[in-house]
Design a protein around this ligand. Structure first.
Ligand code: HEC
Ligand code: HEC
Length: 198
């Protein structure tokens, strides 16, 4: 029997292993656009932020990220930290970045256990505000509606205050209306609950 015929099946098997490994490693593949490295300097490795006032992007719905990037690029959502960063970035690159972040595995920012009393108050307020009707009952978000589960508590609180007090032209008005009348300490309870929600 020629040596080659013996080797070939092994070669095929080795090829298959490589294909499978590439498939499994998919979410870890190199970021598809040059901008992504700069994004991760603030939004954290794979989009899991390590800074409490900067939102995690990992696992956010693709459409939500796309919409926000367009709003930020056009100056309709004011994010001073990102000023100029998206100037000239093409729609196709925005779509690619959004797809990449949406495929990364979200890691909950909150450490340890929640305060039981505050968690329960936040849970009751979220039920009263019907937050899960849009953000989904597990707060994982969908389409243009963001994931809230496991997001940084400080970011959740500051962004809710912004929606309630100065929503700005590019921001969703029904979302802003949902927070109308909530007091500061109630927003803090909501932020605590959502940061630990699973
Ligand atoms: C210098 C730090 C910094 C850099 C670099 C940066 N961002 Fe941001 N980004 C922020 C901050 C801060 C916010 C939140 C602003 C706020 O409070 O509303 C934000 C918000 C966002 C949001 C809205 C998320 C949400 O949950 O509301 C998206 C999407 C986003 N950034 C994507 C990107 C992408 C993509 C890049 C790279 C092209 C990038 N950012 C680079 C600081 C940064
Ligand atoms: C009618 C649907 C709807 C309801 C009800 C709603 N939201 Fe939202 N929420 C949205 C949308 C859409 C956005 C994205 C905002 C934008 O695009 O301007 C958002 C954004 C947010 C954000 C910003 C997150 C980020 O990453 O930028 C927070 C925090 C939030 N909602 C909390 C809540 C809470 C708490 C409640 C209940 C009191 C609630 N939402 C009820 C639709 C809703």
């Amino acid at each position: 029997m020629p040596v080659d015929a013996v080797r070939r099946p092994w070669r095929a098997a080795a090829g298959l292993v490589l294909v499978l490994a590439a498939g499994l490693a998919h979410p870890q593949t190199a970021p598809p656009t040059p901008q992504l490295q700069a994004c991760m300097a603030c939004h954290g490795p794979q989009g899991n932020s390590q800074i409490s006032t900067i939102p995690s992007l990992a696992g956010q719905p693709k459409l939500f990220i796309e919409n926000q990037l367009v709003l930020i690029r056009e100056g309709l959502r004011d994010v001073p930290a990102m000023k100029g960063l998206l100037d000239g970035v093409k729609d196709a690159d925005i779509v690619r970045m959004a797809a990449w972040f949406s495929e990364q595995k979200p890691v909950a920012a909150a450490q340890g256990a929640p305060s039981p009393a505050q968690f329960q108050r936040g849970q009751a307020l979220a039920a009263r505000g019907l937050c899960g009707s849009c953000h989904l009952p597990d707060f994982s978000g969908r389409a243009q509606i963001p994931r809230l589960a496991g997001q940084h508590e400080a970011f959740l609180l500051q962004s809710m205050k912004q929606f309630r007090d100065h929503p700005g032209p590019g921001r969703d008005t029904i979302m802003a209306a949902s927070l109308y009348g909530f007091k500061d300490d109630e927003l803090a309870d909501l932020a605590h609950y959502l940061a630990y929600a699973k």
